[in-house]
Design a protein around this ligand. Structure first.
Ligand code: HEC
Ligand code: HEC
Ligand code: HEC
Ligand code: HEC
Length: 350
């Protein structure tokens, strides 16, 4: 009797524990089974773990639209047709036929929605196409310069694949997965007032309680993305505790953005060692520097152009992170090159 009673208690207990475990699992965790692919030599643990049940959602997010059909040149350059093109500052070297095709595509990439202020009217006063009175047109001109800069100056990252407006915008005027300077939630003053940017689960760092704004400093040109000391004693060349926490925050953001594990880039035997890292870590390094350039040279220069409702709580513009282009995959749009169909976006700015 005693035996079966305790067996009953044990199985009841197991059921309760099972249910308690299952609830957070359904809410937060990704349940097994997972797929595993080996990336490095066997025995190194260089492998990728992915959730096959998310594959469809991620694939849908990364489907490229069909590019507009190519058109034949008119034989007239935009800059030579002052009557119809009065205020073209960046795209003047284009043939007029190519210019009009690009305007159509830009509309599909950025503002395809129906309505009075959509389509061409999202950026233009359609009574006077040359006017710069709609702020979105001024933004778009800077974005054209930015896209050309990405495709010409950041080849170590985007390679020949390149980017178009669609890589970030995906048919929306404001891309998904942006960030701005994050002052953190308001809270009581006193000793515990400063969170040091922590303990607030944030999507940008994969819902960990790591610093929720690792970007403001780590996308700077001389950022110290360091953890590992290179000497045994003080005076070490590793990072401070703050550098360390932010570094991990950024790494979580990068992994999450690419749908990749740490081992996509690192050999976890020694995170700092470049010799033992995969070549993708070098591409990622150029990516970090490129994102810094996108945000400081281009996005920040538009601070006075954007209306208040397009800015973050501190009044800065919304900025690009890795997820803005990558959307959960290691190569945006699975490496499909839309930029190839629009060579005009891959020539240097005039
Ligand atoms: C996302 C913003 C955006 C959308 C949408 C857009 N344009 Fe433009 N358009 C621009 C920008 C920016 C320029 C100026 C380019 C430059 O300075 O090199 C421009 C310039 C023009 C000009 C030259 C006007 C002049 O006299 O200087 C014409 C014509 C034009 N667009 C037609 C169109 C048409 C037609 C559509 C809809 C199919 C359209 N645009 C949709 C941003 C946009
Ligand atoms: C690297 C990513 C990236 C690329 C590439 C990019 N954009 Fe943007 N774009 C942004 C971000 C980020 C914002 C939002 C800034 C904000 O709202 O503060 C934005 C905003 C805009 C806006 C303003 C929308 C609004 O309603 O306020 C327009 C218009 C625009 N982009 C046009 C373009 C065009 C045209 C291209 C291609 C020539 C392009 N963008 C390429 C990141 C990008
Ligand atoms: C897409 C590639 C990529 C992924 C994924 C990635 N990292 Fe990194 N990691 C880098 C790069 C690039 C640097 C070096 C940045 C620099 O030197 O400016 C770095 C630096 C680091 C450092 C600092 C090493 C030192 O020299 O002190 C640590 C620690 C680290 N990563 C941990 C992680 C962890 C943990 C993960 C998984 C959560 C991860 N990384 C995911 C690319 C990546
Ligand atoms: C402006 C868009 C854009 C942004 C922002 C961006 N990337 Fe990329 N990235 C690309 C493109 C395009 C490729 C594909 C290049 C190719 O085909 O080789 C790529 C490729 C990569 C690769 C190589 C993947 C592979 O399988 O070889 C890594 C790693 C990577 N990016 C990491 C990052 C990290 C980390 C960030 C943020 C710090 C970032 N990227 C931000 C556009 C972007």
């Amino acid at each position: 009797m005693k035996f079966s009673a305790s067996a009953l208690t044990a199985s009841l207990l197991a059921t309760v524990i099972g249910i308690l475990l299952a609830i957070p699992m359904m809410l937060q965790w990704e349940r097994p089974p997972m797929d595993t692919a080996q990336l490095g030599y066997r025995g190194l643990g260089m492998e990728q773990v992915t959730n096959p049940r998310l594959a469809e959602t991620i694939a849908a997010l990364n489907k490229a639209p069909v590019p507009d059909d190519p058109v034949d040149n008119d034989g007239v350059l935009v800059k030579d047709d002052k009557e119809n093109y009065k205020n073209v500052q960046v795209l003047g070297d284009l043939d007029t036929a190519q210019f009009n095709r690009l305007m159509n595509s830009i509309t599909t990439w950025v503002a395809p929605q129906e309505g009075d202020n959509a389509g061409c009217a999202y950026c233009h006063n359609v009574e006077n196409m040359a006017s710069d009175e709609v702020y979105t047109k001024v933004v778009a001109r800077r974005m054209i310069q930015m896209t050309k800069a990405i495709n010409t100056q950041w080849k170590p990252h985007v390679a020949e694949t390149g980017v178009t407006c669609y890589t970030c915008h995906r048919g929306q005027p404001v891309p998904a997965n942006l960030w701005s300077i994050n002052p953190g939630a308001k809270q009581a003053g006193g000793m515990a007032a400063s969170r040091m940017g922590q303990n607030q689960a944030a999507a940008v760092v994969g819902y960990t309680s790591l610093p929720y704004d690792p970007f403001t400093t780590l996308f700077e040109p001389n950022a110290k993305i360091r953890v590992v000391a290179t000497t045994a004693l003080p005076g070490n060349t590793g990072g401070s505790i703050q550098d360390t926490e932010k570094t991990y925050g950024l790494m979580m953001h990068m992994s999450d953005s690419l749908g990749a594990n740490c081992t996509f880039c690192h050999n976890t035997r020694q995170f700092s060692s470049w010799e033992e890292s995969s070549p993708k870590r070098v591409t990622a390094w150029h990516g970090i520097k490129m994102v810094g350039d996108i945000n400081t040279t281009y996005m920040n220069s538009l601070t006075d152009v954007f209306p208040a409702n397009r800015k973050g709580p501190e009044g800065d513009v919304l900025k690009t992170g890795c997820a803005t282009c990558h959307n959960g995959v290691n190569k945006p749009l699975y490496g499909f090159s839309m930029a190839k169909e629009y060579p005009e976006l891959s020539v240097p700015n005039p």
